[in-house]
Write a protein that binds this ligand. Structure first.
Ligand code: ADP
Length: 508
């Protein structure tokens, strides 16, 4: 017979009454059907913190203490741990923390309550992992996080627990996994309390859980009182001719946010510098990333901030980063980054302080592995402070280039999608001309609009608008022609001739 979660319904002080059993049954089924997503306290990024911070032994003394304390039977160390565990605490035993992380992740899925604190006990003799979750002051659950069946003997009867099953345990129960056995004790035979810092590693998330609650409350309240803005619909499919840049954004940010488990053991970068000429789609791609990942974000402009915040920059930067941390996952997009992160050591000591502040804030994000991604765009990569560009701060550099011929065609298609082009429109020649003129994505978009207006002029639509004689038929029959585009391109060349050197033409 397979054990049910209710079978072992004792508490640490004896058997429970029928009424208590019934109560437990109800709370048990409630827990089973309640999905993590409906629980206000459930927060993936918060729970993920747990498995990211691997412990380090500071010195050899701790190491030797651990070796000695490992000689004390595991059942003793567990009994001592049960005595200090509070509801919301998770306790894992295993060979090494890094190998037990899988077991911890399993518990995140299984335990539908928030894990407030986690403890790890290193143990070589007992095969496999043991995972205990303290549900209430009286109830401790064991979760089988191992790949094979575990056995539990309670009240003289033995039951099995398949992988992923979880049951209540009580003092006197015997656990068996493979050839290892262990008895659950109520109290240790000797007082181990002073040895705790050495035999058990603790992770405390109570602070985090507090900020999760605040964050969630803020979100709910904001949702009640403010009308939601319609989300921008720019997606990665709309960003043309920047395949390499989009690939980097997907692999470094989008996929880790979508599938955190796959990246649990990978150190992610949090700072990205998007470089390249204006209008190549840096802001546009960041917008697409925000929409694809469905995350909170904020757009900042380095130049505007510097003029707005004179003398108060450092504090404002701290506030902005704190807002990002409080609302993670979060994307901060900083346009014209060179205005705030130019190389230090010049005469601008005030600017140097800002660079130092940004470096500190980025290091903090990196060390705490927050789900905060800072995308900084610049057309002057060389002007940035070298320390800013280093890995750990803004280590990933994503070049945005002027589109090649194929990219020009794709960008044209995206922005001309709903425009009334004439049937004999010569797309090939217009695309080639745009490419020769080194048009950026923004230029292409603008040229399509200019050609539209040029066509309105040619077809007398502007005049009719002036006279108020315009009809729906005039508008419905209107088409943009190749000539309209050529006229728009001529104007574009004239207005940009001082800046641009066309490809394929001899430079003067
Ligand atoms: P940047 O931030 O590099 O200066 P933007 O992202 O602000 O350039 O580009 C301005 C506009 O030009 C965008 O909103 C978009 O409409 C268009 N655009 C730029 N690059 C692309 C691209 N690669 N694909 C499609 N549209 C683009």
């Amino acid at each position: 017979m397979k054990i049910t979660p209710l079978q072992a319904s004792y508490n640490h002080y004896g058997r429970t009454s029928i009424a208590q059993k019934q109560e437990r049954k109800e709370s048990n089924s409630e827990v089973k059907t309640k999905e993590l997503g409906t629980n206000l306290l459930a927060d993936y990024s918060y729970n993920r913190l747990m498995v990211k911070s691997a412990p380090t032994f500071k010195n050899n003394l701790e190491k030797s203490a651990l070796v000695l304390l490992k000689q004390i039977p595991l059942s003793e160390r567990l009994a001592d741990s049960f005595s200090f565990m509070k509801p919301g605490d998770l306790l894992i035993t295993g060979k090494e923390l890094k190998f037990s992380q899988k077991a911890m992740l399993e518990c995140l899925n299984k335990v539908k309550n928030v894990i407030k604190r986690a403890f790890f006990i290193e143990e070589d003799d007992f095969k496999g992992n043991l995972a205990f979750f303290k549900k209430s002051y009286e109830e401790v659950e064991i979760i089988n996080t191992n790949p094979e069946r575990m056995f539990i003997t309670t009240d003289g009867q033995t039951y099995y627990m398949d992988p992923h099953d979880s049951f209540y345990v009580i003092p006197g129960d015997k656990l068996k996994y493979k050839e290892s056995e262990l008895e659950i004790r109520k109290e240790p035979k000797v007082n181990l309390s002073i040895h705790r810092p050495f035999y058990v590693k603790a992770f405390n998330f109570e602070q985090d859980s507090q900020s999760v609650i605040e964050r969630q409350n803020k979100k709910v309240l904001n949702g009640l009182y403010t009308e939601r803005k319609a989300p921008q619909k720019v997606m990665f499919k709309d960003v043309a001719g920047q395949d390499e840049a989009v690939k980097i954004l997907k692999e470094n940010i989008l996929y880790p946010l979508r599938k955190p488990n796959a990246y649990a053991n990978i150190d992610l970068s949090h700072g990205f510098i998007l470089t390249g000429p204006p209008g190549t789609g840096k802001t546009y791609a960041a917008n697409a990333l925000k929409n694809e990942a469905n995350i909170n974000s904020r757009y900042l402009n380095g130049l505007e901030m510097e003029s707005k915040w004179v003398g108060e920059s450092e504090g404002n930067w701290r506030k902005l980063f704190q807002e990002a941390i409080d609302n993670q996952p979060y994307m901060l997009f900083i346009d014209e980054f060179d205005a705030v992160a130019r190389a230090r050591g010049g005469t601008d000591q005030y600017g140097d302080k800002v660079v130092n502040q940004i470096l500190t804030l980025m290091t903090d994000i990196d060390e705490n592995k927050y789900d905060v991604f800072v995308l900084a765009a610049t057309n002057h990569f060389d002007a940035l402070d070298p320390a800013i560009k280093r890995s750990g701060r803004f280590g990933v550099h994503i070049p945005f280039k002027l589109p090649d011929l194929k990219g020009t065609g794709k960008i044209f298609d995206i922005h001309a999608k709903d425009k009334p082009l004439s049937e004999d429109f010569d797309k090939t020649s217009i695309i080639e001309r745009m490419h020769e003129l080194k048009c950026s994505g923004a230029d292409i978009k603008r040229l399509i609009n200019d050609a539209y207006l040029q066509g309105y002029k040619r077809a007398g639509i502007i005049e009719k608008l002036d006279n108020n004689t315009i009809t729906d038929a005039d508008l419905n029959n209107f088409k943009i022609t190749t000539e309209d585009f050529n006229a728009a391109l001529d104007t574009f060349v004239n207005s940009n001739c001082s800046k641009r050197k066309p490809i394929g033409f001899k430079k003067n």
